[in-house]
Design a protein around this ligand. Structure first.
Ligand code: A3P
Length: 334
């Protein structure tokens, strides 16, 4: 059976979907609204999403890292990998694959890595040979997750982050990405302005957006099914990682024993995954992922509140109002 949805099918579907143009981002970029969320029309990503919706089959012991882009998913990948593999690859012995591989290579993204024909990852038809527990990541909103992820007993970790910090992070990521595309001779129109991305964002127009819907769907599913969806906040992880890491380990059914705690296993993982350490590893310093994404671009400042250096008071006020409106009654805040 053909594993990829063919281009004709994608084109046909796209013709029927609502479209919009962005002010910011990689100009000029059009997006389509699919199942309530936005996707670029000029990349293979949308096709990959359709393919995996159709073909991906989750196992009961799979673990998925989900979250909006630039909310700390790389950090969570390194933490999850370290926790799951702490018996066979203890960090302390200097044999962890985290020393030789970028977290993005150890916890592959379904829509941009695994289901993209152009890249060398476990191919979709080899996924059944990957040993358990399989670790994957995805930015797909809850609504659009393949059915078997929702219905099987697999677990979902969701990470969210203050939208202003997320936007700043996205902005710098875009700049690096666009520079690399330009160097490669790809169409490069003009540098993206943070103001434009902000405007689009406020209208919900951003890849995998609207942001607030994305967050709220996972938040609500974590309330309805706390054994299935664990909701984490970047800010909480930064504030005090140890209790959050214990929560994570318990949630995935691999709690830390008292002995492990006494032996400093938690401390080792926390310290190892610190951005200052991760940044300095050769595996994360040079090279690219999927052609245009520099490995080092996934580690920038890693701070809470960098937004204070980037937005005007009016913009901050606008975002605060949006947060208030959207999170009202949900119990969520930043
Ligand atoms: P900044 O650009 O604000 O520094 P993602 O991994 O989802 O793409 O998110 C990237 C953001 O997470 C970047 O934020 C990056 O610096 C930060 N980050 C990456 N690794 C981190 C770590 N180990 N600890 C804290 N933040 C980290």
């Amino acid at each position: 059976e053909e594993i990829y949805v063919n281009d004709e099918e994608v084109k046909k579907l796209m013709q029927c979907l609502p479209k919009t143009n962005l002010k910011g981002a990689i100009n000029p970029t059009q997006m389509v609204l699919y199942e309530g969320f936005w996707y670029f029309t000029n990349s293979t990503l949308f096709r990959n999403v359709l393919t995996l919706q159709k073909h991906f089959v989750a196992r009961d012991d799979d673990i998925f890292i989900t979250g909006f882009p630039k909310t700390g998913t790389t950090w969570l990948k390194s933490l999850l990998f370290a926790v799951v593999n702490r018996q066979n690859h203890p960090i302390i012995n200097q044999i962890s694959p985290l020393l030789t591989h970028h977290p993005q290579e150890l916890v592959c993204n379904l829509e941009s890595d695994v289901y993209d024909e152009a890249f060398e990852y476990p191919r979709p038809h080899h996924l059944n040979k990957v040993p358990s527990p399989r670790l994957f990541s995805t930015h797909i909103p809850y609504t659009s997750l393949p059915n078997s992820i929702k219905t099987s007993r697999c677990r979902i970790l969701y990470i969210c982050r203050n939208p202003l910090d997320t936007l700043v992070s996205l902005y710098y990521f875009y700049l690096g990405f666009m520079k690399n595309m330009a160097n490669d001779g790809e169409d490069f129109v003009q540098p993206t302005l943070l103001e434009d991305i902000f405007e689009d964002f406020c209208q919900g127009k951003i890849l995998f957006g609207p942001f607030f819907e994305h967050v709220l769907e996972f938040w609500n599913s974590s309330l309805e099914r706390p054994d299935k969806v664990l909701f984490l906040k970047y800010e909480d992880l930064k504030h005090d990682l140890t209790p959050q890491l214990k929560r994570l380990a318990e949630f995935i059914g691999m709690p830390f024993s008292t002995r492990e705690e006494n032996e400093g296993v938690i401390r080792q993982i926390v310290d190892f995954c610190d951005i200052k350490n991760m940044k300095e590893l050769d595996a994360n310093k040079s090279g690219v992922i999927n052609k245009f994404f520099e490995k080092k671009s996934y580690f920038r400042k890693g701070e809470v509140g960098d937004w204070t250096n980037h937005f005007t008071p009016a913009m901050v006020e606008k975002m605060n109002k949006l947060m208030e409106e959207n999170f009202k009654g949900s119990g969520l805040s930043f």
